[in-house]
Design a protein around this ligand. Structure first.
Ligand code: URA
Length: 447
């Protein structure tokens, strides 16, 4: 077998057998298959796809590239959540502490920024000292002690996804159903969970642009999860504008902390973020058998924010993983980058669109993401939205504030963000945040 032959077969629309996919994935992890051949294979998959059997085999090959954590000694039903990727999507930072505070253990392996979307791992690492590369023993210790742990892929845990994820990020091979399925489900199945809630994003800022594509991805993920005996529910949620008000790693931590403290997230521009968070948390609490229905779970989730237990859980997590409690507890004093500059509306009307993919790409250019695998992120870089879709604006109103140390890109970033906002004469039509969900019974409409 040679990598070239397998790449050629996939390029020409053929399928690969189990032993062939396993050989490719293991070879890549060990280093006998170089980045350039894996990139070519991933691009062939992007254009040719994989059949159902290949997708499952690919997922298993990635899963078995490392260890699978056994959490059976930890009491309770362990439930995790994963998003297929959005802009301003900091739901996991809020929902992990909320669900753990309600008594359901949450073991989470998460990822870095991918394409134009942000990653929970980069956000967590923007907290000074926060460690995401725990050994399996430390991972188990933290979840045992506080009921919550958030780490990245390591050389022990899904090493295939660790390498492939970074490669896909910079080779335009992210938005492909079997590659996303393999990446997400290998991480989730390695964690030691009993059940899983997925947030499949759809819209301009998602990898699945249409709800039809999102449903296809959701069905694939749910089938794999249930096939492994993990009760899985996938929500299809809107990503037609950034969630909440911040895009960029540390800025998103700040917004999450404020939402967990209850000082933001109700009747303001972070309300969409909290609405999605509470529904997903509600579903996790139902799967964790703490409540009977998702609606009951939503109420529990709101309660955990209101009574402060969710915020306390975040502080426990930060402490347990070596992060600075001082930075989180004094978040309002966070240091700004060298430049902050405003983007203003050139005309009056209503915000009809904020193109999330464009905003995500600008945030990367400001220093918040990577253009190559070796790029170092500036945790402080990013964008704060002052207006959201549906708001009325006058000419000269501030639409957004951009944060960066890179003076040379200020003018182009300002122009791009201004273009990302479309100002219309009439208010836009309302778009629901949660469109539907998929469970073992099929696709269901959301109330
Ligand atoms: N999240 C992942 O973990 N992997 C993907 O491929 C996309 C989103």
């Amino acid at each position: 077998m040679t990598a070239g032959e397998l790449i050629k077969r996939k390029r020409d629309g053929g399928s690969l057998r189990e032993d062939e996919l396993r050989w490719l994935v293991n070879g890549y992890v060990r280093g006998s298959i170089p980045d350039y051949q894996m990139s070519a294979f991933l691009m062939a998959c992007y254009f040719r796809g994989m059949n159902e059997e290949e997708t499952l085999t690919f997922t298993k090959s990635m899963l078995y590239s490392g260890d699978i954590v056994d959490l059976s000694e930890i009491p309770g039903i362990k439930v995790d959540k994963h998003s297929t990727g959005g802009v301003g999507d900091k739901v996991s930072l809020i929902l992990g502490p909320v669900v753990a505070a309600c008594g359901v253990p949450v073991p989470m392996i998460t990822g870095r920024g991918l394409g134009h979307t942000g990653g929970t791992l980069d956000k967590l690492e923007s907290i000074p000292g926060f460690r995401t590369d725990l050994t399996i023993d430390d991972y188990k210790r933290v979840i045992k002690e506080i009921g919550l742990v958030m780490v990245g892929q390591t050389n022990q845990l899904v090493p295939a996804d660790k390498k492939m994820y970074a490669l896909r990020d910079v080779t335009a091979t992210v938005d492909c159903v079997p590659l996303i399925a393999g990446s997400i489900m290998s991480k989730k199945l390695a964690e030691g969970i009993d059940a899983l809630v997925l947030d499949v994003k759809t819209g301009r800022g998602a990898f699945m642009r249409t709800s039809q594509q999102a449903v296809e991805l959701a069905r694939t993920l749910v089938k794999i999860g249930n096939g492994f005996g993990k009760e899985t529910i996938a929500f299809i949620t809107d990503m037609d504008q950034p969630l909440g008000t911040t895009i960029g790693n540390w800025l998103e931590v700040v917004e999450s902390v404020e939402c967990l403290r209850g000082t933001r997230g109700r009747g303001d521009h972070s309300a969409d973020l909290m609405a999605v968070t509470h529904v997903l948390a509600g579903a996790m609490l139902m799967l964790g058998r703490k409540v009977r229905t998702i609606a009951e779970g939503v109420e529990r989730s709101k309660c955990a924010v209101e009574n402060g237990t969710a915020y306390q859980k975040l502080l426990q997590l930060v402490e347990a993983q070596g992060g600075s409690l001082f930075a989180v507890e004094n978040i309002e004093n966070y240091s700004l980058p060298r430049h902050t500059f405003e983007v203003k509306a050139s005309e009056g009307g209503y915000v009809g669109v904020i193109d999330p993919a464009e905003v995500g790409l600008v945030s990367i250019r400001l220093g918040g993401g990577r253009a190559t695998m070796d790029d170092v992120i500036d945790p402080k870089a990013g964008i704060v939205l002052r207006k959201k879709v549906g708001d009325s604006v006058e000419a000269g109103d501030v639409l957004a504030v951009l944060h960066t140390d890179r003076e040379e890109i200020i003018e182009s970033a300002r122009g791009r963000v201004q273009q990302a906002f479309a100002i219309h004469r009439k208010p836009p039509k309302h778009r629901p945040l949660i469109l539907s969900y998929v469970d073992r019974g099929g696709v269901k409409t959301w109330m």
